[in-house]
Design a protein around this ligand. Structure first.
Ligand code: SF4
Length: 85
């Protein structure tokens, strides 16, 4: 008998957990303007996360953070070595 394994979910929170996504979005919007990544940078970072094998239901498998919150802070970076963003 062959073992069937489920593929880990690699979606962002909007798809994985809408209520949590709303909370994270509120957090992102509450960040002071001077600490927030520009919209284009934020979107580019999240595109990288969406294609990353470490992404698990909106969470980074390397550090455990919500990638949508991490990517929103200008000074943050990806915890992978080498960094993906
Ligand atoms: S390792 Fe980097 S690119 Fe991958 S999910 Fe985590 S933060 Fe995103």
């Amino acid at each position: 008998m062959t073992e069937t394994r489920l593929k880990p979910c690699r979606c962002l929170l909007d798809e994985a957990a809408p209520d949590l996504a709303r909370t994270v979005r509120e957090y992102v919007e509450s960040l002071p303007e001077e600490t927030r990544a520009e919209e284009a940078l934020y979107r580019a970072r999240l595109r990288v996360c969406e294609a990353c094998d470490a992404l698990r239901s909106g969470t980074c498998g390397l550090c455990g953070c919500y990638v949508e919150a991490r990517a929103a802070k200008r000074v943050q970076n990806c915890p992978a070595v080498p960094r993906k963003w």
